[in-house]
Design a protein around this ligand. Sequence first.
Ligand SMILES: *Cc1c(COP(=O)(O)O)cnc(C)c1O
Ligand code: SF4
Length: 467
Amino acid sequence: MTVQHTPPTALRVLQDEPIVPKKPPADPATLAYKELLSGEWWKKIPAYKEVSEEQFLDHNWQAKNSITKIEKLLSTVKDLVPSDFIKDTELGIKKSPMSVRVSPYLCSLIDWENPYTDPLRIQFFPLASRLLADHPKLNLDSLHEQEDAPVPGLTHRYPDKALFLPLDTCPVYCRFCTRSYAIGLDTEEVEKVNLRPNDDRWKRAFQYIASRPELADIVISGGDAYQLRAAHLTEIGEALLAMPNVRRMRFASKGPAVMPQKLLTDGPWVDALTAIVEKGRKLHKEVVLHTHFNHPSEITSHTERAMDKLMERGITVRNQSVLQRGVNDTPEVMTLLVKRLGHVNVHPYYVYVHDLVKGVEDLRTSVDTAIYLEKHVRGSTAGFNTPTFVVDAPGGGGKRDAHSYEYYNRETGISVYTAPSVKPGEFFLYFDPLHQLSTAIQRRWEDAAEQQLMVDEALAMAKKHAR
Ligand SMILES: *Cc1c(COP(=O)(O)O)cnc(C)c1O
Ligand code: SF4
C-alpha cells in the first residue's frame, strides 16, 4: 500500500511558476577559486622552455632541478628579472637562517615580472632590502620543541599526541620555517641540530611512544614525509599502527603544495602511503595526510589531479597555512585560498599566526590581523572547511585559538595566552611585529626597562582575567 504524501502548502510548487531569486547573481570574482592554472605555463621561464609536460610531471626531474644556489636561480630566471633583484637575493640568502631550495614547479608559478611583490617569491627567496630587525623578544626554537623532547626529534607536549621528526630535509625550504633550528643544511647564520634518518633514533622514539598509553595521536612531520623513501613510510607506519595505544596518525608534507607531481609519478611512494591508510582503516585507526598551502596560486591543475588521485584512494588531506604579510593577509586572498582548498578536497584545518622566528620579521603579522581575517572567512563556505586561526604560544604552550587570549594590548602588540590542558598555571606571551605598531611604541621597545614595563602590565592584566 502506498501512502500519498502531500507537502505542506508552502512547499507546493507549480511546474511553470517562475523561480524568483532572493539573492543577486553571484559575482564572477567569487567563483575564481574554480579557475586553476593549466596548460604548459612553465614554458614561459627561459630555462623550462623545452621542458615537456611528461618531464615536468616527473618528480625526479623536479627534485633534480630544484634551485639551491644563487647561480642556478640566475641561470633559470635571467632576462626576466633586473640584476638588482639577483644581487638583493644573493645578499638576502647570505643573511638568512634558512637554506634555499625551490622546485621548478614553484619557480614557474612566481610572477618574475613582479618579483618584489610576488607572494610565492616572498615565501622562498629572501631579499636583503626587505629584511627587518627581529623583535627583541625573539629566539630560535621559539616553540621550545627541543625542551619537550624525551628523545631527539620527538616532542611530547600535549597530553595525548606527539610530534615525531624522522628526518631534517624538505622538498623545499620555506623562509618562515619554525624548525629553522633543525631543518635544512647549515647556513652561514645557524648551525643546525642534526636529525638524519637514523634507525636507532627512530627505534628510541617508537619505544617511548609505545611506553606511554596516553599517546593516541602521532604527527609524523620532518623535515617532510615527502623525503622519506617508500620503505621508510611503511616502516614508520607499521611500527606505529602495531601499537595498541596509537589511534591516529598524520603524515605531514609540504610536498603536495610545492611538488604535486610526486603524487602523480612516484607510484611506490603513493602506494606505500595508501597501504598504510588502508591498513589503518582495517584496524579502525585514522591515517591522513597534512599539507601546507599558503597561497591560492600554489593550487593548479596539477594539484587538482594529484588531490583527485588521493581522493580516489580514500586519503583525507588537511591543510595548515602560515599567515604571512604580503602573502595571504587580506580577506580576499585568504578566502580564495580556503575556497580553492575545499574545491580540490583539501580541508583547511589551521591558519597559524606566524611564529616568532629569526630573520623573517618582514613576514609576520599581528594577532589582530588573524582575528580580522577569520571574521571575513567564516561564513564564506562550509564550517568544516573553515580553518581555525591559531597562535602557537611561544615557550611551549601549544596552539591556542587566536581569539582566546587572556589579554591583548593592540598598542604594545602583546597578547597573553594560557593553556590549562597543556601547561596549567603558566602564561604565554606573543608579540606582534614592531613594524605595525606606532612609532611611539616602537621607541618604547628599544628600551629594556620599557619592555619590562609593557610585559609586566600585560601579565598583570592577564592574571586578573584568567580562569
Ligand atoms: C601541532 C602539534 C601537534 C598536533 O596538534 P593538533 O592541534 O592536534 O594539530 C602535536 N604536537 C606538537 C608538539 C605540535 O606542535
Ligand atoms: S616544508 Fe615545513 S618543515 Fe620544511 S622548511 Fe617548509 S615549513 Fe619548514
